[in-house]
Design a binder for this molecule. Structure first.
Ligand code: URP
Ligand code: ZN
Ligand code: ZN
Length: 486
């Protein structure tokens, strides 16, 4: 009888710590043995000679099947989005159960759980809080306890913006009940002022999105929310950092010992504001928030990934179709930038683009790639060591890569339901040739080999990263309303 369900033989296993030649033995959906030339056979054996054997990616920021807002649909279902993620080497997604202003978090969460049952790979949820009334905040402790250990707040967008008092209220609940807060940081009032001025001046093409959201609106909001997190002594992660100045704010906070973490996305490493200035309305495809910036910002972001200041690279997959009255053209072709849905798709392309642009071009090493795309998000969101690494006892979530494979990206190969990719025609070197979720091959040579519905919900925490520092700026703990010192 075979000793293992599966043995992956002869590959180079890379983790956030090491790159070694090793076989991987899998039984019961987990890694049970690592070593050179493992004795004992597998019911199935995969020859990974010349291949990289990497932990499956953990995409901790992706918008999947959220309810429509303002007549705009999330085009992907859980089935299509997770197939797309897996095709690009990702084996875990953390997406968003969103509260509509005035709605109940619990009810919308139950509905989201129902939709997510069609997932191909394992998943967790962040809870978006758009309306932190007393009643809504009172809903949170049991939901956090159930394993929804992260909250998401927005400092802009009419449909979801929180004012400063509301941000503080959410941070306080997170600290008290052991949740981690993720933040979309941009200054809403400044954006509104600039947008009104641009529209009044007749400057409404997609390229003016970047003029309405220049770096100071991001830098200021990042600075402000870090100050709030410091006041309440609660760990946070800043989402989708777009350039040098916002990253510098995070770096400064980290140097002062604060638990402030940063994330960026491939679009900020590849696009610049010039991409919004395509002929006609094409620029709308590239319109996301924060706005893409400059080549100098891209180089700065690579540096911050290298040094770990930006420890996570996620997709921020936002599946709005382009040529669709329920997508980017919801207000018609040529509508002002201010009414174009924000966001770009990117679940399948996240890892290949980062691998090719990062590892392939010598900007980051392989272990940094694994750390930023799998290990760090798994740690930050309470999934490690079950997810995000290849180690004995971990789930056998593995992507086998051909590091030399040249692929010209086309939308048709991405398995999502969006009608475009921002990477159309881009050649990358390195592609996952097989993706395994808990030991089962779910994607092989670009074809989906498993049925949706096999993915499992991942309840999370409590865990190390969400533990506060117990360090306040005065002797007063404003969350628990106690004097802690003096
Ligand atoms: O433009 C973006 N990033 N759209 C997705 C939603 C968000 O802000 O994260
Ligand atoms: Zn955002
Ligand atoms: Zn997002």
């Amino acid at each position: 009888m075979a000793e293992y369900d599966l043995v992956i033989r002869g590959g180079t296993v890379a983790t956030a710590a090491d790159v070694v030649r090793s076989d991987v033995g899998v039984a019961g959906g987990r890694v049970v043995a690592l070593g050179e030339r493992l004795a004992g056979g597998g019911s199935r054996e995969i020859d990974a000679t010349g291949r990289l054997v990497l932990p499956g990616g953990v995409d901790s920021h992706c918008h999947i099947e959220q309810p429509p807002v303002g007549g705009v649909d999330n085009a992907d279902t859980f089935a299509s989005a997770t197939a797309s993620a897996a095709a690009g080497g990702t084996t875990t997604v953390i997406c968003f159960s969103s509260q509509t202003k005035g709605g109940a978090v619990t009810e919308e969460l139950r509905d989201y759980h129902r939709k997510a049952k069609r997932s191909l790979i394992d998943y967790g949820f962040h809870l978006i809080i758009t309306d932190p009334s007393d009643a809504v905040l009172a809903e949170l402790p049991p939901l956090i306890e159930e394993g929804h250990r992260s909250l998401k707040i927005f400092m802009t967008y009419d449909s979801s913006v929180l004012n400063d008092a509301e941000v503080l209220r959410v941070l306080a609940v997170a600290r008290k009940h052991g949740a981690f807060v993720t933040v979309h940081a941009e200054n809403h009032e400044a954006i509104r002022f600039l947008t009104e001025a641009l529209v009044a001046a007749g400057l409404t093409a997609p390229k003016y999105h970047a003029w309405a959201k220049p770096m100071p609106v991001e830098r200021e909001a990042v600075h402000r929310v870090i100050a709030f997190a410091e006041l309440l002594d609660v760990p946070i992660q800043i989402f989708h950092v777009s350039g040098a100045e916002a990253a510098e704010e995070i770096h400064r906070a980290q140097r002062r010992g604060l638990k402030v973490f940063g994330e960026t996305c491939p679009q900020y490493l590849v696009l610049t504001a010039d991409d919004l200035d395509r002929p006609g309305f094409e620029g709308a495809k590239f319109l996301c928030s924060p706005a893409p910036r400059t080549a100098a910002d891209q180089e700065a972001l690579w540096g911050y990934i290298r040094t770990g200041v930006l420890g996570v690279v996620s997709s921020d997959h936002a599946p709005y179709r382009y040529d669709d009255p329920r997508g980017k053209k919801v207000r018609g072709e040529g509508a002002p930038f201010s009414v174009v849905p924000n966001g770009v798709p990117g679940l399948a392309t996240r890892l290949p683009v980062l691998f090719s642009e990062g590892v392939g071009k010598g900007r980051i090493d392989l272990s940094t790639f694994v750390a930023a795309t799998a290990t760090n998000p798994a740690k930050l969101f309470g999934l490690h060591p079950r997810k995000g690494t290849i180690a004995v006892g971990a789930d056998a979530d593995i992507a086998i890569w051909d590091p030399e494979k040249r692929v010209t990206i086309t939308n048709a190969m991405l398995h999502h339901r969006v009608d475009y990719t921002i990477y159309e025609g881009m050649e990358v070197r390195g592609w996952p040739v097989a993706t395994l979720s808990r030991g089962e091959v779910v994607v092989e040579d670009g074809a989906i080999r498993a049925e949706p519905g096999r993915g499992r919900f991942l309840p999370r925490g409590p865990y190390e990263y969400i533990r506060p520092l117990n360090r306040f700026v005065t002797p007063f703990n404003p969350v628990d309303r106690t004097v802690v010192d003096g």
